[in-house]
Design a protein around this ligand. Structure first.
Ligand SMILES: *Cc1c(COP(=O)(O)O)cnc(C)c1O
Length: 797
């Protein structure tokens, strides 16, 4: 491959110096971390671009089917190390930086996280991009270039405080602005008839401008594009107004247009900013559809071929409006009959469902919807009509009760609809899409989530990666099922010792980080028990802390007994308006303050809530985990991907039979998984008992005592009533069945303690988790989508 790709550390040194001087305009004598990071990023980027151009060229030559992954969120994290590792440049980069007296790690750590997502859904999209490039499937990710990503979290007196995230304040070296790729989009206005044609005349126009980030796969064999849209004014500056002295009004158009790509919405913002949210959804979906059609038109004359060249995946319902938009363009603008336009659209569109929580299924007030997208509302009615025509006795519709139902709409428009774990897909068929599934039994398929082994093992856990490579060679990085070959080694005491040493080293490294970053000294000898994820009642961080409180009270009863030392680590953000979740954070912090100061217990129990959970923090914590907390109410977690990252890094799971936990347990073996709790159908049964919580509390004095401790104000003496409402909620309502699962969770935790006292046994179980987690590679997931949903092919020979 041609280009200015540096190949040796000498070349790399030269490239670094070139960029430092000519890109950054700095003399090495005076360069800061930032300058070195930029120079390094540009040197790596040059190399990526060579692969990117070659891949794009090949995609056009072959003119096969392209995959378009539409997602409101991409939780990418850092890109520099990712690029270096995928291109195998780590040694060259280290040596080159060394020669200038710069520390490689320090420079990597200087990069801010690209946090364009809330949690699992956005991180899944990022893992998929990595796998699509590794596999060589020609694909584009489409999303929004939020100026402010997910908020930064800090604690003040234990309470979550949010601050704006500003990842674009420094230049972002990975994106290429494409001022020539702009589409004008409309909102509002009227729908009129002219010469038998229907024309939408929007009253407000805005432009979407493209920013491209190359996504390079393993060993640089392929690179795809992540294209993010930014809002721009059609007419950015009114010179007349400016000259008349009204400077603010002169730029108002631009400010309004930019606000569309300003903020990432928090996942629980059911109330706030609805109109802007719907605008964001249409904005990026419509821009992406236009871009897809432009690319198709550049090579083809016959629009009926579209489904053979284009597969669109809607990540949840946020991009669902892409379906009606494509249909509208084909019918209104290109003159196809409605039936034909619908047929083509249907064969291009697919939808991934991520939630069965009724409050999380997206719905829009039809007045708001009709005001912003009047023509789309008519098209949705015609989709409903077509549905009635085909199924006259059915009552279901995408628009009813004054609402537009994005889940139903997505189902009706899509060729394939998928769930994200076996259990979730099964429940989808039985609950939310019961009626639609009966009409279209072939439409719903399962594609269990996965995570990229490049980031979530090879990069984040270099010591384990080296041990694995030494044992079975390096092909596992792109073929994770090969981890199975570790099983014979696990029988050797010597190997198992090395495996344990890796965990010990990773824990020491985490202790070092926590000490430096937060001034807290963790006990490296203790079991590291970790729950990190978004704060949500269904994920039940409060079950965890309640059990921890109960356990602490028992230790206090008998401090000199032989307790198994634990460090309980938490991290996670709560949506700004989700007060209950924020109070759980505060409770954990308040309890931690009391427990960590208690001389009776602090040697055997430490509790720490680390602030500002993000991809980078996950990469630090997961390799150091002994125990992974996956304790959601059964039936509520669609899949989870955090659970997979932990198992892959040799943590044992304590978990319910929920989401992908079911499959993790199947894969690693029931003996190597700490199961507890009710099953999904037991949950539904139990909820019908009006006094389920009180019965559980009456039956378990430990639970009663922990709840009493909350009510007594023991953890908030300055404000004794602070946690009464949590105790009351659990006693009187407890929708997520914390009390009903408490006793079995307690039992499982004691089993965990027991096994931890047998280091050999624990190590073997943990190593088997690694060896048997190969199935949770997102490469496997993407191959599933390519085969079952997209009918797309790899272009890597
Ligand atoms: C993997 C990941 C998630 C998803 O975690 P779950 O436990 O599956 O909810 C969320 N946030 C970040 C930063 C992640 O890396």
């Amino acid at each position: 491959m041609a280009g200015k790709a540096p190949t040796s550390s000498q070349d790399f040194r030269h490239a670094l110096l070139q960029h430092l001087t000519y890109t950054m305009g700095k003399d090495p004598e005076h360069a800061q971390f930032f300058d070195w990071r930029m120079a390094l990023s540009h040197a790596v980027r040059d190399r990526i671009v060579d692969h990117w151009v070659a891949s794009t060229r090949k995609t056009y030559e072959q003119d096969g089917k392209r995959v378009y992954y539409l997602s409101m969120e991409f939780l990418i994290g850092r890109l520099l190390e990712d690029g270096i590792v995928n291109l195998g440049l780590a040694e060259e980069a280290k040596e080159a930086l060394d020669s200038f007296g710069q520390d490689y790690r320090t420079i990597l750590m200087d990069e801010p996280d690209a946090a364009l997502g809330n949690g699992g859904l956005g991180r899944l999209a990022a893992c998929f991009l990595d796998s699509l490039s590794t596999i060589g499937c020609p694909a584009y990710g489409y999303g929004i270039r939020y100026e402010n990503g997910l908020f930064k979290q800090s604690f003040v007196d234990g309470r979550q405080v949010e601050a704006a995230e500003t990842w674009l304040q420094e230049p972002h070296p990975w994106e290429f602005e494409r001022p020539e790729v702009r589409f004008t989009l409309g909102f509002g206005g009227d729908v009129i008839s002219e010469n038998g044609k229907t024309i939408w005349k929007p009253s407000e126009l805005i432009q979407a401008e493209a920013f491209d980030t190359p996504i390079v796969g393993w060993q640089g064999r392929w690179a795809n594009t992540l294209r993010l849209w930014a809002g721009r004014a059609v007419d950015p500056f009114d010179l007349g107004l400016f000259n008349s002295g009204d400077f603010a009004a002169a730029s108002e158009h631009e400010a309004l247009a930019r606000s569309i790509s300003r903020v990432l919405y928090p996942e629980d913002s059911n109330e706030a900013g609805k109109e802007l949210r719907l605008k964001q959804e249409y904005f990026f979906s419509a821009a992406s559809i236009r871009d897809i059609l432009r690319r198709f038109d550049s090579k083809h004359d016959d629009i009926r071929l579209l489904p053979t060249k284009v597969a669109i995946q809607s990540n949840d319902t946020h991009p669902a409006i892409a379906g009606p938009e494509l249909l509208r363009i084909l019918h209104d603008e290109r003159g196809l009959s409605f039936e034909e336009a619908f047929d083509i659209t249907h064969h291009c569109m697919n939808y991934t469902n991520h939630t069965l929580l009724p409050e999380a299924l997206e719905r829009w007030d039809e007045r708001l919807f009709g005001r912003l997208l009047p023509r789309h509302l008519q098209i949705i009615d015609r989709i409903d009509d077509a549905h009635y025509k085909a199924h006259p006795h059915r009552t279901l519709s995408a628009r009813s009760d004054g609402q537009v139902k994005m889940g139903e709409l997505s189902f009706m428009v899509s060729n394939r609809v998928n769930g994200v774990s076996a259990l979730h897909t099964d429940l989808m068929k039985k609950t939310v899409f019961k009626e639609l599934n009966a009409l279209h039994p072939e439409r719903i398929v399962n594609e269990t989530n996965g995570v990229t082994p490049r980031r979530w093992l090879h990069s984040c856990n270099p010591k384990l990666s080296s041990l694995i490579t030494e044992t079975i060679g390096d092909e596992w990085v792109a073929d994770l099922e090969q981890l199975k070959k570790l099983e014979p080694a696990i029988e050797e005491a010597g190997w198992l010792e090395r495996f344990t040493q890796v965990k010990t080293d990773n824990k020491a490294a985490l202790c070092d980080y926590v000490s430096k970053a937060h001034g807290i000294n963790l006990n490296p000898e203790a079991m590291f028990d970790i729950q990190i994820k978004r704060m949500h009642e269904y994920k039940r961080q409060h079950l965890n802390i309640l059990e921890t409180i109960a356990h602490w009270l028992e230790i206090k009863d008998n401090p000199s007994a032989d307790w198994v030392p634990r460090v309980k680590l938490f991290a996670g953000k709560a949506a700004q308006g989700y007060y209950f979740a924020k109070d759980i954070i505060r409770l954990i912090n308040d309890f931690a303050k009391v427990a960590n100061a208690d001389v009776d217990t602090r040697d055997v129990l430490q509790v720490v809530f680390l602030p500002n959970y993000n991809v980078t923090l996950a990469e630090r914590l997961i390799p150091a985990a002994d125990l992974s907390e996956q304790i959601s109410t059964a039936g509520k977690e669609a899949s989870g991907t955090g659970n997979m990252k932990f198992a892959l890094n040799g943590a044992l799971t304590i978990g319910t039979l929920d989401g992908a936990n079911v499959e993790i347990r199947e894969q690693v073996g029931a003996d190597n998984f700490f199961l507890f709790g009710m099953l999904a159908d037991e949950v539904m049964q139990r909820r019908m008992m009006h006094d389920h919580a009180q019965q559980a509390i009456n039956a378990d004095p430990r639970l009663a005592r922990a709840l009493d401790a909350l009510r007594s104000g023991r953890f908030s003496p300055e404000d004794p009533g602070r946690y009464t409402h949590i105790a009351d909620n659990l006693t009187w309502s407890d929708y997520f069945l914390v009390c009903s699962d408490f006793t079995d969770y307690w039992r499982a935790q004691r089993e965990v303690d027991q096994v931890y006292t047998e280091p050999q046994k624990w190590a073997k179980m943990a190593a088997l988790n690694v060896a048997r987690s190969g199935w949770f590679s997102s490469d496997r997931t993407i191959r599933g989508y390519m085969c079952d949903i997209w009918e797309a092919k790899s272009l890597i020979p």
